[in-house]
Design a protein around this ligand. Sequence first.
Ligand code: DAH
Length: 347
Amino acid sequence: MKQQLENIRQQALASLEAAASPSELEELRVKWLGKKGELTAVLKMMGKLSPEERPIMGQMANSVRAEIEAKLEEAKAAIGAKVLEAKLAAEAIDVTVPGEEVTLGHQHPMNMVLQQVKDIFVGMGYTVVDGPEVELASYNFTRLNIEEGHPSRDRSDTFYFTDDDSILLRTQTSPMQIRFMEAHKPPLCMLAPGRVFRKDEADATHSPMFHQIEGLVVDEHITMGDLKGALVAIMKQIYGEDSEMRFRPHHFPFTEPSCEMDMQCHKCHGTGEVDGNVCSTCHGEGWIELLGAGMVHPEVLRNCGIDPEKYSGFAFGMGLERMAMGRMRINDLRLIFDNDVRFLNQF
Ligand code: DAH
């Protein structure tokens, strides 16, 4: 029996020494120490021993069990460490490898200016609205007091969809005045930015598609002074407190009286010359046209069911590209639409 215990001890320790995985260890634990294991089998035979031998063998069996248990723990720890080491090696991250550079984009310069303009108007109580780009001629022209036969209705200027010229790509955002007055009663205060379309060849200052921002205010006792005050306040916020503005008389069919507002040229500061040459930005004018405006024509108010005896209003329409060019010192309109990143990255 002593020999048997000694064999178990040696074999068990050797097998534990050779074990390579946690599952193998578990198998060996069952084999050597389990209820049906080798050691248990030997202990079952203790009853056959003489009373003198029994405690000696019992002691030996216990020490063999203790030795196997200790070896088992040791092997468990060793295998655990090896498994962890292998896992760490497999998942290692080399923090010295240079990272991938992520380039962040930003808003298009046009959207930057549009956002700024919207913020300023919203701060003054205007409601920002959107409208259709495919428009009825009645909204784009007729109800804006633009008569049949007016040059702007000509097929050489306007994209029409139908032979009877009743549906078109809007040539201005002014039809939004009619749409807004149809849906709202005064007092009203609206801003309508959007795309407009004209049959123009693209050059430094023209594009067949461009953006306008329409504004409309209607209430009792609105005067040209309100128009001037609002537009000057807005332009100073956009172009700076010290920027120079001027108003010129003009004609639009849907406003009376009408005017245009100019900003002093940012390139030549109103002189019309740069280094002895004619200024290329304002073509020697010294001024850059920003917008058309005026007091809403009584006929237009009437066309929308608003009594011109009681109410008056002002309206304006500005070119967003013009604003962006002045604001960001861009000399050629086409750059805005080309979307060359070397250009866009400058803003
Ligand atoms: N719609 C005009 C244009 O495209 C600009 C304009 C002028 C709008 C006067 C207005 C206005 O609201 O009152 O040339």
